[in-house]
Design a protein around this ligand. Structure first.
Ligand code: NDP
Ligand code: 2IT
Length: 451
């Protein structure tokens, strides 16, 4: 075990040296490597320096970086940067979302792509890992501006993707509207009806039922599975949810369906706490129809709700917590506050929202902690089901997709739980998910030779 730890430490140092100024990527790699020592000890072929498996796994197969020029409504030209990191295709075509947010850089895209490899392996659905995006900020842009940006982005991206090659979808700043514009431009340039090249499409033109809901629903179902192991259920619990985008909205919806009460939502300007529980129809109207802010919700909801500018939802005491906005949004002090408030479970709807120290504090306090690569895998899992439907030229009912999603989340929970136990870390879903995902990818890479 000591040898394995030393080898992993040397690998980590070398990866950080070769990828300077990419703190999010370092964090994601470190978090995975830290949990792999037991599997390196029991399966020495994974650690053999002569095979360089981890060196290959942490180096993307391909990184694409391109210029995205576009014109705003006044005729002014802007230049953004576009990215697609095709990280690993041992298990299937590269699969993962596109993020449009000013904070996007190569390190952020690599962290997301690296996480995606293991998440996608856990789904068991034959998809590799990739991620992309741009530093474009859609906030405050008209539909026409967003369309022109998406068309310019796809004018370059189209040559790198395809239903058997690389299949993007949404992430922060990319929802149904953007996928529509991207798909239209792909179809126009290639002159192909290739439905499986993007997922998250509209249901009338190749999209899957339940894809918009899938990440949030899955994150709540994962929390329900963790509670079930402890003999508890969601019914009657209070929840804090961060974010107010795709993942947060459908987390709130599923919590309500299962008898729990979501008290909060947030955006980058602050949070709302609603003593009566979030009115989902009002929040959807403001966010999805009007593209407004959560502060508008507090104004329109009346006396039960208030907006706390600049604050974080974790200061509101609740039984369960769902970080569903962005990376590193739940810090050590927030974890201590949640523990002091008696939190039972935390399920990561976002990717890497909880800092490593905060994860440690929650786990040491006995809180059930569902890491993003397991808890938020429902979105990409239903994306893979969308690809299956596209390949078969069929459309499944919402009920069928939801049943499949529930089965997949149960199986991800069970494999993470069982793997953690097998490697001497009972109840540690971080270790369980990392090792289970790693084993699937590593075995495929070893079988496929040095590529
Ligand atoms: P959306 O763009 O729909 O919503 C993002 C939400 O997070 C908004 O409320 C936004 O507020 C807030 N947010 C974004 N960046 C920041 C920031 N830097 N600081 C504070 N708040 C921020 O994105 P999604 O709901 O799709 O994604 C949320 C998270 O879930 C991301 O981590 C994403 O990677 C992850 N995820 C998404 C999946 C999907 O299927 N969509 C699947 C799996 C994971 P504001 O508008 O003010 O920026
Ligand atoms: O982080 C993620 O898993 C996503 N943004 C969804 C990816 C997908 O291909 O559906």
């Amino acid at each position: 075990m000591k040898d394995s730890k030393d080898r992993l430490e040397a690998l980590r140092a070398e990866i950080e040296r070769r990828n300077p100024a990419q703190p999010e990527f370092h964090q994601a790699v470190r978090e995975v490597l830290e949990t792999l020592a037991p599997v390196f000890t029991s399966r020495p072929e994974y650690a053999d320096p002569a095979v360089a498996l981890v060196e290959r796994l942490t180096e993307p197969e391909r990184q694409i970086l391109f210029r995205v020029p576009w014109q705003d409504d006044r005729g002014r030209v802007h230049v953004n940067r576009g990215y697609r990191v095709e990280f690993n295709s041992a298990l299937g075509p590269y699969k993962g979302g596109l993020r449009f947010h000013p904070s996007v850089d190569i390190g952020v895209v690599k962290f997301l792509g690296f996480e995606q490899i293991f998440k996608n392996a856990l789904t068991g659905l034959g998809i590799g890992g990739g991620k992309g995006g741009s530093d474009f900020d859609p906030h405050g842009r008209s539909d026409a501006e967003v369309m022109r940006f998406c068309q310019s982005f796809m004018t370059e991206l189209h040559r790198h993707i395809g239903e058997h090659t690389d299949v993007p979808a949404g992430d922060i700043g990319v929802g149904g509207r953007e996928i529509g514009y991207l798909f239209g431009q792909y179809r126009r340039i290639t002159n192909r009806w290739e439905a499986g090249v993007l997922t998250g499409k509209g249901q009338g033109w190749g999209g899957s039922a339940i894809r918009p809901q899938a990440t949030g629903y899955g994150s709540v179902l994962f929390a329900a599975e963790m509670l079930k192991v402890r003999g508890e259920s969601l019914d009657g619990l209070t929840a804090v949810v961060s974010g107010s985008g795709n993942v947060a909205l459908y987390t709130i919806e599923k919590l309500q369906q299962l008898g729990a009460n979501a008290l909060t939502c947030s955006d980058s300007q602050g949070y709302v706490v609603d003593d009566k529980g979030i009115d989902l129809a009002l929040l959807q109207q403001i966010k999805e129809v009007e593209r407004g802010r959560v502060s508008d919700y507090a104004v329109r909801r009346g006396s039960s709700a208030r907006f706390v500018p600049g604050g974080r939802v974790w200061e509101v005491p609740a039984d369960i917590a769902f970080p569903s906005a962005t990376q590193n949004e739940l810090h050590a002090q927030d974890a201590r506050t949640l523990v002091a408030g008696g939190v039972k479970a935390v399920s990561e709807g976002a990717n890497m929202p909880t800092t490593p120290e905060a994860v440690r504090i929650l786990q040491e306090a006995g809180v059930a902690f569902g890491p993003g690569k397991a808890a938020n895998a429902g979105g990409v899992a239903v994306s893979a089901l969308e690809m299956s439907q596209n390949a078969g030229r069929v459309a499944w009912s919402a009920q069928r997709v939801e049943d499949e999603l529930a089965g997949i989340m149960r199986s991800i929970h069970d494999v993470a739980h069982e793997t953690a136990e097998r490697y001497g870390a009972p109840g540690d879903y971080v270790t369980g998910a990392n090792i289970a995902g790693f084993e699937r990818v590593a075995d495929a890479m070893l079988a496929q030779g040095v590529i």
